[in-house]
Design a protein. Structure first.
Length: 291
């Protein structure tokens, strides 16, 4: 699946742009509600429930066995899925002790690092400086009421590294039908996450109310965003799509404030904005360089 790169009339871009915003909001909403399961089944169990249920929903929705797949492509999808599973698990582990918006901002360092590594333009030093400033404002290098838990920060950086790996492996499976690669990738991810969740939460995962809640989280935080993003990616220029996704840390911070009562300091808000601007600037300047 490839995004179009030719300009499109404004009305034709409106619905896909709305789809991206709705996808980001659905992901933030689903993750905020998922965090409410932590006291019952832990971050490990919640991650297992989300990934396992998401895989089940998307396998039923896309039926990936309808398309043939070579052994090489299957190996690429499995590697992509394993990275996806590690990313989900480590991100949920980070959410145990650091705010949602901060965790997303740190996680965004992964794809941003990949983009900056492959571009290597002078203007990229500006985006790197913004990232460094954002991290300096976020990381627990000073003692204050808003300092972050180092263990949670480490998990978030692990999720960022997994996201970078996920992007690299995902590109190798990019020529496959998106429904096939995503559903099979989530199936592979479940082999990483579900055993960890089962060991941690055990029979609590099988409680009917927990399963029903997990199904709702999977639909809201995976099935709906992925479907909306697939719709938008086919209709938006790749750069526009990437820039719009860069609002995710701010949306996550707002969701954390509204649904989880995670109040951030002014320095943390500034850090999130620095990382978001670095992502937007990197994508926009890369687009201008290609043109």
């Amino acid at each position: 699946m490839q995004a179009t790169s030719s300009p499109s009339p404004l009305p034709a871009l409106l619905l896909p742009a709305i789809a991206v915003i709705c996808a980001v909001c659905a992901l933030a909403l689903g993750t905020s509600y998922a965090k409410q399961l932590f006291p019952v089944i832990g971050a490990q169990g919640t991650s297992a429930l989300r990934v396992g249920m998401s895989a089940l929903v998307l396998l039923i929705l896309w039926r990936p066995w309808r398309w043939p797949i070579s052994t090489i492509d299957l190996h690429a999808v499995v590697r992509y899925g394993l990275a996806l599973g590690c990313m989900n698990l480590m991100f949920y582990m980070a959410l145990r002790s650091i705010p949602f918006g901060v965790a997303v901002a740190i996680e965004f360092i992964g794809p941003l690092a990949v983009a900056l590594y492959y571009s290597r333009r002078r203007l990229d030093y500006l985006w790197i400086a913004l990232v460094v400033l954002g991290l300096a404002l976020l990381l627990p290098i000073r003692s204050s009421a808003h300092s972050l838990d180092p263990v949670g920060v480490a998990w978030a950086f692990g999720a960022a590294a997994a996201w970078a790996t996920y992007i690299i492996f995902g590109k190798r499976a990019g020529h496959l039908h998106a429904g096939q690669s995503v559903s099979l990738g989530l199936l592979a991810a479940s082999f990483v996450v579900v055993p960890v969740g089962v060991v941690h939460a055990g029979a609590a995962l099988l409680q009917p109310e927990i399963l029903l809640f997990g199904l709702g989280v999977a639909i809201v935080s995976s099935a709906i965003p992925i479907s909306l993003e697939m719709y938008a990616l086919k209709r938006l220029p790749r750069e526009t799509f990437g820039i719009m996704l860069s609002i995710e840390p701010v949306v996550a911070a707002l969701a954390g404030l509204v649904f989880l009562h995670e109040a951030l300091s002014s320095a943390q808000w500034l850090a999130i904005l620095c990382i978001m601007l670095a992502s937007i600037g990197s994508i926009a300047s890369a687009h201008r360089a290609r043109r």
